[in-house]
Ligand binder design. Structure first.
Ligand code: NAD
Length: 406
């Protein structure tokens, strides 16, 4: 039986996927509300295909509990934020979860860390917890790192099809855990050592962050001298060895806006490009705020409360708002003692910020300028409703005359 610890964006789909592919699974979360909701037959967040997967897993007998289980395999998928000051990964949730596993696990159990961690974290924090509990790693307890790569919005598909990495101390345990993941994963599963697995996950997200920062920096350069960044990127990408990403209003979510900081924290004198890239991306919401004021001036608009931000989530067609550029922009606005921007997101049903709307038409009825912060399908489908608005399109998706860009 597999006990999945942490039933958030990663743990829940993983637990459901395994259960629906014949693995006996109990999902554990210390958040009673999450467990109660799941036990009441409801999922806890919106995600393509998640409800069907949930039904299949229930049918297959998955259980949810706030208790850690006595079993032979644990998968830990708890959060790994970073310390805003040191930039290093904060492994406290992983350590706490492994401590709890040690209280119940029998000898011979395998502990798989799925949470994203920086290279060396397992050596520095996880091995000591296991050894301090009187277990010998490799004899009494097996330790594995199996980082996750799936993207919100396409998680179910990617769980099935992405290639995966498994880092283990020895080949036999690696193969055993590979077989477990192969119960559902149709991608290639690469076996390596733990430290390499830790590093690959952080490097993958860092690659994305640095490339996004390059596009954002181009947008700033082009804005400075009134050049069309989208046309320039389009032409450059016709070169056979150039593939520039698109600029945007910033980077959010729990991966690309967080994980690269781990390398800056651990290697401050070496990770220079990464450091600057993260600062560039983090500066984009402020850049957009400045663009709002610039455009208002150009168009003779004076009332900030008639400007609306479309989108609160960190990416399109999901309900995840963590570290979202819109939240960063609103914080920045408050720091400058200015408030009043209106906000709407079709995926956010609860009130989470000031001046928030819950329906597109009322939102559009109260603003004369719209800033497209997130490219949800809804706004693409309702583009015609923006014809009488000043539009700042941060994603180059609105095909209307007179649209302004970052
Ligand atoms: N969200 C993503 O897109 C994504 C993608 C790849 C990797 N990751 C990584 O996966 C890990 C989990 O991320 P997430 O987005 O699922 O986080 P999350 O915040 O959505 O979920 C984590 C869950 O763990 C629970 N939890 C925390 N500590 C616990 C403990 N000691 N015992 C039991 N439950 C506990 C929380 O209540 C929460 O429900 C992180 O390391 C993250 O970086 C996330």
């Amino acid at each position: 039986m597999v006990n999945v610890i942490g039933l958030g964006y990663i743990g829940l789909p993983t637990a459901l996927m395994m259960a629906s592919h014949g693995v006996e699974v109990v999902g554990t979360d210390y958040n009673k509300e999450i467990v109660a909701t799941l036990n009441a037959g409801q999922t806890t967040f919106e995600e393509n295909g998640l409800d069907d997967l949930f039904d299949a897993a229930l049918e297959a007998g998955i259980k949810f509990s706030t208790e850690y289980q006595v079993t032979d395999t644990y998968i830990v998928s708890v959060p790994t934020p970073y310390d805003k000051f040191s930039k290093k990964v904060d492994a406290c949730h992983v350590v706490a979860a492994v401590e709890n596993v040690m209280e119940v696990c029998p000898k011979g159990a395998t502990v798989v860390i799925e949470s994203t961690i920086s290279p060396g974290i397992i050596d520095k924090y996880v091995r000591p917890v296991i050894e301090d509990n009187g277990f010998h790693i490799g004899e009494d307890i097996n330790l594995v790192h199996a980082p996750e790569r799936i993207i919100p919005g396409n998680m179910v598909y990617e769980l099935l099809h992405n290639n995966r990495t498994i880092g283990a101390d020895n080949h036999e345990i690696g193969e055993k855990v590979k077989t477990l993941y192969a119960s559902f994963c149709q991608g290639e599963i690469v076996l390596t050592d733990i430290r390499t697995a830790e590093m690959t996950k952080v490097v993958e997200n860092t690659f994305r962050a640095v490339n996004i920062a390059f596009a954002n920096e181009l947008a700033k350069i082009c804005r400075h001298d009134n050049m069309d960044v989208y046309e320039i990127i389009r032409i450059c990408n016709m070169h056979p060895r150039v593939n520039i990403l698109q600029p945007g209003p910033g980077v959010g979510g729990h991966c690309i806006s967080v994980d690269p900081w781990f390398l800056v924290g651990d290697y401050p004198s070496l990770a220079k490009v990464i450091d600057e890239s993260m600062k560039t991306n983090d500066g984009m919401p402020d850049f957009v705020l400045n663009r709002i004021y610039e455009i208002m001036k150009e168009k003779g608009l004076t009332d900030i409360s008639r400007v609306g931000l479309y989108g609160l989530t960190y990416k399109e067609n999901v309900d995840d708002m963590r570290e979202s550029p819109t939240l960063q922009l609103l914080e920045s606005q408050e720091r400058h003692l200015a408030t009043g921007l209106k906000v709407y997101d079709p995926f956010i049903k609860k009130d989470v910020v000031k001046n928030q709307y819950h329906d597109l038409d009322s939102f559009l009825g109260d603003v004369n300028m719209v800033v497209v912060m997130v490219k949800h399908n809804e706004i693409k489908e309702n583009m015609a409703k923006l014809t009488d608005k000043v539009v700042l399109d941060c994603h180059n998706i609105i095909d209307l005359p007179g649209v302004c860009y970052i």
